[in-house]
Design a protein around this ligand. Structure first.
Ligand code: GUN
Length: 288
């Protein structure tokens, strides 16, 4: 029997609906309109698409959106001055600086300048540290989306063997912490891990976030496992067009796994929805 498909589109749409209802309630009962500022520096085409989608969905949820587009050669001091203004702007509850940044700008310095209370990406060391300490924190959106998707298959992740492939600050590391909070038993694997296929085959839950097209093959997957594919890789397709594939060989996974997220239509849909969730959370915490 083929695996079931975890439909990120439907799950994200429901999450956005819930956020819109909560925003309407905050406006009505507390005169609070959550606001998200997105800073895009340079003209990376993929980043422009992501930022466009973030703005559109922020507005659709009834929140205020503040888009700041800066030239690729903007001096770092100017970026820091903008962040300082946004930190002090009471209409702004969430600040996101789209990554990657153009050459000449230091992502750590810029992310560290964001007020941790407005860090809806969950990338500030204060939020990363709080998450690692098991304290309440704003948490990165993609890992949050991964957990929500896994929990549509398993009401509880307690005691499950989970493997996280990849150790980035944006996905792998925070995902490990969120899985620990769910009482899963977590293995984190990376480019230096020995015998990755054998290790992966032990896992009830596989999270692939390495950015390598179709790396996870049929024989890496334990029969019945749940596979969450974070990868979004562009490969040459037919007629000169490109096609998107994940880090998992989807058709192979479908033959052996219990449930699989597609690419596109899986995790990607959840990231922006979780950004809206984080913005509402930040607005409520700041407003208190
Ligand atoms: N670039 C790709 N994904 C993300 C994300 O989740 N946040 C930010 N700020 N930049 C990204």
């Amino acid at each position: 029997m083929p695996a079931s498909v975890i439909d990120g589109k439907v799950i994200a749409a429901k999450l956005r609906e819930d956020v819109a209802a909560e925003v309407a309630r905050l406006k009505r009962d507390h005169d609070l309109a959550p606001g998200l500022a997105v800073v895009l520096i340079g003209s990376d085409p993929a980043s422009e698409v992501y930022v466009g989608s973030k703005t559109k969905q922020t507005l659709a949820a009834g929140m205020n959106s503040f888009e700041h587009k800066l030239a690729a050669d903007t001096p770092q001091a100017e970026v820091l001055a903008l962040i300082d203004r946004l930190n002090r702007d009471s209409a702004v509850h969430g600040i996101l600086v789209q990554l990657p940044l153009p050459k000449g700008l230091d992502a750590n310095t810029i992310v560290n300048a964001i007020d941790p209370a407005k860090d809806v990406d969950g990338l500030h060391p204060v939020n990363a540290g709080r998450l690692a300490s098991g304290l309440p924190a704003l948490t990165p959106c993609t890992p949050l989306g991964c957990i929500i998707l896994a929990k549509t298959v398993h009401a509880s992740l307690e005691g499950m063997n989970a493997i996280v492939l990849g150790r980035s600050n944006l996905v792998g590391r925070p995902l490990v912490q969120l899985l620990l909070n769910e009482n899963a038993t977590v293995t984190i694997a990376h480019s230096r891990t020995r015998d990755l296929p054998a290790l992966c085959r032990e896992a009830d839950l596989v999270f692939a976030a390495v950015g390598r097209p179709e790396m996870v093959k049929r024989d890496w997957i334990k029969p019945g496992a749940t596979v969450i594919d974070v990868g979004i890789n562009r490969l040459p397709g037919e007629g000169g067009k490109s096609r998107l594939v994940g880090d998992v060989a989807y058709n192979e996974a479908m033959e052996v796994a219990g449930a699989v997220t597609p690419v596109p239509g899986g995790v990607g849909q959840m990231t922006v929805a979780c950004l809206l969730v984080n913005t509402v959370r930040a607005a409520c915490a700041i407003h208190k």
